[in-house]
Design a protein around this ligand. Structure first.
Ligand SMILES: O=c1ccn([C@H]2C[C@H](O)[C@@H](COP(=O)(O)OP(=O)(O)OP(=O)(O)O)O2)c(=O)[nH]1
Ligand SMILES: [Mg+2]
Length: 144
């Protein structure tokens, strides 16, 4: 599918890195490097503006390599970009390591997955159907 995009960044449009990839890597669009101290969070701009089709969202997720090697994550993962949002796509990075992480301009800091979603209407009720699980959760089925 096609998605309308305005690229005000200094970088090429996000690309799928492999033929069947789900995520498009997002690059930081910075005037200068940005430091993240341990447990610090910062909004990083991408310089990208998109117009999603109705019924679609863009999810902003961490990159596993950055998470594994540097403890870098996306605080609100998966971030939700609504189809009616017209602002700049931003990434809320958080440094969960004990060391300062420096984000460089153009670095691939997160990935974006375009996903279909539903919008619902509430069907207010007095009771819900019975199931085997019932209200069990949070480990109710055991460990092994
Ligand atoms: O990682 C993200 C998450 C959100 N957004 C943008 C697009 C989204 O449509 C808008 C609002 O996001 P969200 O609904 O998660 O934030 P909110 O705190 O509920 O703000 P609002 O009251 O504006 O909805 O911010 C991003 O650019 N990146
Ligand atoms: Mg919201």
């Amino acid at each position: 599918m096609k998605i309308k995009v305005i690229n005000q960044s200094k970088h090429p449009l996000p690309e799928y890195q492999t033929p069947l990839a789900a995520g498009l890597d997002l690059r930081a669009n910075l005037d200068e490097p940005v430091s993240l101290e341990p447990l610090e969070r910062k909004l990083i701009g991408t310089g990208l503006f998109i117009e999603l089709q109705a019924g679609y969202e863009a999810q902003i997720r961490p990159r596993s390599g950055l998470a594994f090697k540097y403890g870098l994550s996306v605080l609100n993962t998966p971030g939700t970009v609504d189809a009616d949002y017209r602002g700049e796509i931003k990434v809320l990075l958080v440094n969960l390591s004990n060391e300062t992480f420096v984000v460089q301009d153009g670095e691939r800091i997160a990935q974006m997955v375009i996903a279909k979603h539903e919008q619902i209407q509430w069907d207010t009720a007095e009771t819900l159907s019975e199931t085997e699980r019932g209200a069990g959760g949070y480990g109710s089925t055991g460990k092994s």
